[in-house]
Design a protein around this ligand. Structure first.
Ligand code: PMP
Ligand code: GLN
Length: 379
């Protein structure tokens, strides 16, 4: 068989979680909470199952959920996307990203992304015959050089993929970044794919800056989110994308033959949660900021150097004072010998700095974080 993706193996998330299991390590690698989502949400799922909401949902998503998403978007970003034409519910953010890239990128199109970037973008671009142009961001701030960005934009550029709050660097875009992006692309017919799955885990005083809050950019943008992150239910795999009607129509052509529709009772339960318990997502930054601060404080006595963390439930740690191993080898060693699993940064980019950094997930119970910190401090 001649592979269409010859350079690709199993994702690092599956690999590291399997290794953590094998060595009974504390798993701070793959990003998922070790606690459950709200009881109210679980109750609503059971309720809708019992009510018989167990057949196919509409292709674009259950109406009540699309309405609740529109209301929430209005409350957060002062913009209410059209319930029928502009919101599509997908099987997690992963499906929304894949469907959007497949719908927008044609063979030979150039796609700009930032290095490091989440691992699902590149294979989707490659399968569509697109050509990735990467802009390297440098630690510790990982800020964007907009002159460098402008130099990369050409008549071949079709799409820009960004992610804020950013996995894996834990940095966030500001409204100024979106303004700079608009200046750089406004003269050309370029689309924007804004991966905002951690929109409710942003620790900045100004809150999360969304592409949807930018009136011009949102006319060309696809904003992607995921209930897995917001409600501590990564296994439910329900996400969505918001895009202008013309773009949504193209994304739906892909979505209808990729999955067609998404789990009906989960969508109804999420609609109830969004509408009747908005305090959950409003309090989420505080919830995760407390975990971040607890973990960083506990690691202060270690030889790891922790990089600034403005959002997401990940942080980066520099281990150069502890080991000369490459990041991939260090993560294996850390799992097997120290009993803590982490993600090597070089899987998100092949920059030299990546080979001494690891990503740690702090979406864990306090007891798990304390136990992990104790092991890391002893190194
Ligand atoms: N984008 C980013 C940046 C992510 O971190 C993740 C999952 N951790 C996803 C997309 C995929 O989200 P989902 O699990 O809803 O498919
Ligand atoms: N997005 C999660 C992470 O960054 C993992 C998702 C997955 O395993 N595909 O850890």
């Amino acid at each position: 068989l001649k592979s269409k993706l010859p350079a690709l193996g199993t994702t690092i998330f599956s690999q590291m979680s399997a290794l953590a299991e094998q060595y009974q390590a504390i798993n701070l690698s793959q990003g998922f909470p070790d606690f459950d989502g709200p009881e109210y949400l679980q109750g609503r799922l059971a309720y809708h199952v019992a009510q018989g909401a167990n057949q196919y949902a509409p292709m674009t998503g259950v109406v009540a959920l699309r309405e609740a998403i529109s209301e929430k978007t209005q409350a957060c970003y002062d913009y209410a996307p059209d319930v029928n034409a502009e919101i599509t519910v997908t099987a997690g953010a992963t499906e929304a990203l894949y469907a959007a890239i497949t719908a927008l990128v044609r063979s030979g199109d150039e796609v700009i992304c930032f290095d490091p970037s989440y691992d699902s973008y590149a294979p989707a671009v490659e399968l569509s015959g697109g050509v990735l142009k990467r802009i390297a961001l440098q630690p510790p701030e990982f800020t964007i050089n907009w002159e460098q960005f402008a130099a990369l934009v050409s008549e071949r550029t079709r799409l820009v993929i960004l992610n804020t709050p950013h996995n894996p660097t834990a940095t966030c875009w500001s409204a100024d970044d979106f303004a700079a992006l608009w200046q750089a692309i406004k003269e050309r017919n370029i689309f924007v794919l804004s991966d905002e799955v951690y929109e409710h885990i942003c620790f900045s005083h100004d809150g999360h800056a969304s592409v949807l809050a930018h009136p011009q950019l949102r006319q060309r943008a696809v904003a992607v989110s995921s209930f897995g992150k917001t409600y501590h239910m990564t296994g439910w795999k329900v996400g969505y994308c918001i895009a202008p009607a013309e773009i949504s129509a193209e994304i739906r052509k892909v979505h209808q033959y990729l999955t067609f529709s998404v789990n009906t009772p989960a969508q109804l339960a999420l609609a109830d949660m969004l509408r009747y318990a908005p305090e959950h997502y409003q309090q989420l930054p505080h919830f995760y900021q407390a975990k971040r601060d607890r973990f960083i404080k506990a690691l202060a006595a270690s030889r790891f150097k922790i990089l600034p963390c403005q959002g997401t439930y990940f942080l980066l740690a520099d281990y150069s004072a502890i080991s000369d191993l490459d990041d991939v080898a260090f993560c294996r060693w850390l799992t097997q010998e120290a009993g803590v699993a982490a993600i090597p940064l070089s899987v998100f980019c092949d920059q030299p700095f990546a080979h001494r950094l690891i990503r740690l997930c702090f979406a864990k119970q306090d007891a798990t974080l304390d136990a992990a910190a104790q092991r890391l401090v002893s190194l």
